[in-house]
Design a protein. Structure first.
Lengths: 337, 296
């Protein structure tokens, strides 16, 4: 990757992010002009004369801002976790859900809904069970495989299967008039109900985990050559694996608990990043973060503006993402990674 | 001594894989480890690289016990050249070589321009700078081996462990890799390599024969690589030949040839070789075995 091409990719990325960010504020059932959006946002920090309606301010600050922030945060978190897991497991087909984090969160959320908890309770249960699921996978890996990567993945598959079955039981028990639809809807993923409070709840977990991974990015790159070689290259393999699993789990759990299960992003975006700038994790990490944020923001904006009713996010990420990925694959003609 | 292994035993309670293994290696020395499949060679390498925890006996690197140093410190003493990298991502050769700099970086940092320069020098030393910008998936097996050796050189450890460095390489590349091994030893490296070709032992300063988890012989290759020793080690009759070829160095070149039982003549004696013992004239694969040593 030449330096000039690298900077082109980055400049393009920044332009895209800024365009999507302001574009998403403008679009929706209540269209707002770009200049108004800028002034409303600036008014939060600077003292600017109030020339817009209260409705416009409410729409920008309380409806669209949390949604846009959530899309960028969740898209970024899922993509970065996916990229790190693909390095950790030396497998380009791995997604953040590999250790059971989504299945666990889904079970927690469904349980919360069945117990008629409020939004905050549902999110907390989703978060806790996401951690429980990954913890159980980790335990299986530790007890039966001395934390060998293969047994860890097997553990994740087993735990996912168990939690999927538990979700089915809860759906079977759930009231088909109101609880069952809300469980089903949650499992499809949506940012329609995200509030500013949710963002503040998820942000610390995502930010701290990202920082941890960013600091360890070089070691994570070395880990991708395999445990044996990485160990011979002086990497404390067990420690780095633990850091990756813990930080990826925390940020995915935080993302899933506010947005529901949003598939495909964490698998696809790291590949797009590698196609654009090569396999070095040091660059794949930040690019996945931005690409993932931009992608989910674009998809969510489409989901809430096209059609009379919203299309669940998890459906759209696959419907839009998969053809986009095939298109890119055909264009790059370089195969995987 | 760079590397000292003393009464090393390893294995699970019901199955011993290594039993009382002792040997040592100093600077500018090389050891060729020979032994049949499944005899503990890989287990021994893993113990030397800290991948297997040494429970009984000891492995000492430059006077330090391997169990008492960090992964990074260990990697500054000892580097590993695998048969092939397990990486699934198509890294550029220079990026792969740069990974050798890892043990010299502090916990949170990434390689600097200086590390890049050292990686480049390693490629230069092996005459492989033309590969620097190529992706690992588009170069040949011999070039990959070269890149992995460059990575170990960039690591600047004085001990190299090479796991069958010539495995799955063509004839010319085998010779080139052996040439590099010998050159590195001359510059002061201590190299332990495994091989399935006994003739390779003659380019090393010592040969070690491992069978059933124990060292059967260790010492000067010309004394260790004998017909009796080789035949016992591999369980097939093996002829060790003085090819009579003296290299520019004046060293005699030896060749090991396995003797095959005759297929054509059912009346022949059971141990009758397909090769005449008198002139050492071999056919097919046997010819290869003889020649590849003359190149080393």
């Amino acid at each position: 990757m030449s330096r000039s091409k690298l900077s082109i990719v980055w400049v393009a990325m920044v332009v895209v992010i800024v365009l999507f960010f302001f574009g998403s504020f403008m679009l929706g059932r209540y269209p707002i002009g770009p200049w108004t959006v800028v002034r409303i946002l600036a008014a939060q920090i600077f003292d600017i004369p109030h020339t817009w309606t209260d409705t416009a301010e409410t729409v920008v600050m309380r409806v669209r801002l949390p949604r846009i922030a959530a899309a960028v945060l969740i898209g970024g978190a899922l993509s970065v976790s996916g990229a790190a897991y693909q390095n950790l497991f030396k497998n380009p087909l791995v997604s953040p859900a590999i250790l059971g984090v989504s299945a666990g969160a889904g079970f927690g959320a469904a349980l919360g809904m069945l117990l008629r908890m409020n939004g905050w309770g549902i999110q907390s249960l989703a978060f806790v069970f996401a951690l429980v699921a990954v913890g159980a996978s980790f335990l299986i890996g530790r007890v039966f495989g001395k934390l060998s990567i293969i047994v860890l993945v097997l553990g994740g598959t087993v735990i996912s299967a168990i939690f999927q079955a538990l979700i089915s039981i809860l759906k079977y028990w759930a009231d088909p008039i109101d609880t069952l639809p809300s469980i089903t809807f949650w499992l499809m993923g949506s940012l329609a109900k995200v509030s500013n409070g949710d963002i503040w709840m998820a942000l610390p977990f995502i930010a701290v985990s990202m920082l941890l991974m960013y600091v360890m990015r070089w070691r994570i790159q070395v880990l991708s050559v395999g445990e044996e070689e990485a160990s011979a290259l002086g990497v404390n393999v067990g420690r780095i694996q633990a850091i990756v699993v813990i930080s990826a789990t925390l940020m995915t759990a935080a993302a899933v608990s506010i947005g529901g299960i949003i598939g495909w992003v964490g698998l696809m975006i790291p590949h797009v990043a590698r196609m654009l700038i090569g396999p070095n994790f040091q660059q794949v990490f930040p690019l996945s973060l931005f690409l993932g944020g931009a992608f989910l923001l674009a998809v969510d904006t489409v989901g809430r503006t096209v059609g009379a009713t919203e299309i669940p996010l998890g459906i759209l990420t696959s419907l839009i993402g998969a053809p986009f990925f095939i298109l890119l694959l055909a264009k790059v003609k370089r195969g995987w990674a | 001594m760079s590397l000292v292994v003393e009464r090393l035993s390893f294995g699970y309670t019901n199955k011993k894989q290594l039993e009382q293994v002792s040997f040592s290696m100093g600077e500018g020395e090389s050891v060729c480890l020979l032994g049949p499949n499944g005899t503990g060679k890989t287990t021994l390498l893993r113990c030397l690289l800290g991948m297997n925890k040494v429970a009984r006996g000891s492995v000492t690197l430059f006077g330090k016990d391997i169990g008492e140093i960090s992964a990074a410190e260990r990697a500054r003493y000892i580097a590993y050249v695998p048969q092939a990298t397990a990486s699934v991502f198509p890294y550029k050769v220079l990026d792969m070589v740069m990974m050798g700099r890892n043990p010299h970086l502090s916990a949170m940092s990434s390689p600097s321009a200086k590390d890049r320069a050292i990686a480049w020098e390693a490629l230069e030393m092996l005459g492989a700078t033309r590969l620097a910008d190529k992706s690992f998936v588009e170069i040949s097996g011999g070039e990959r081996q070269l890149a992995l050796i460059a990575r170990a050189v960039a690591q600047q450890s004085r001990i190299l462990i090479m796991d069958e460095p010539t495995a799955s390489l063509d004839f010319g590349n085998q010779a080139r890799i052996l040439q590099i091994v010998r050159r590195l030893v001359r510059t002061g490296y201590a190299i332990l390599m495994t091989s399935h070709i006994p003739g390779h032992a003659f380019i090393c300063s010592k040969a070690a024969l491992l069978k059933g988890g124990t060292i059967r012989a260790f010492g000067d290759p010309e004394q260790v690589i004998t017909e009796a020793g080789m035949s016992e080690l591999y369980g097939v009759p093996i002829k060790v030949l003085n090819t009579g070829v003296a290299e520019r160095s004046g060293q005699t070149v030896w060749a090991c040839v396995p003797l095959l039982e005759s297929e054509e003549d059912p009346d022949a004696k059971p141990a009758s070789p397909a090769v005449s013992r008198d002139d050492g004239h071999a056919e097919g694969a046997n010819t290869n075995k003889r020649r590849e040593v003359t190149t080393g």
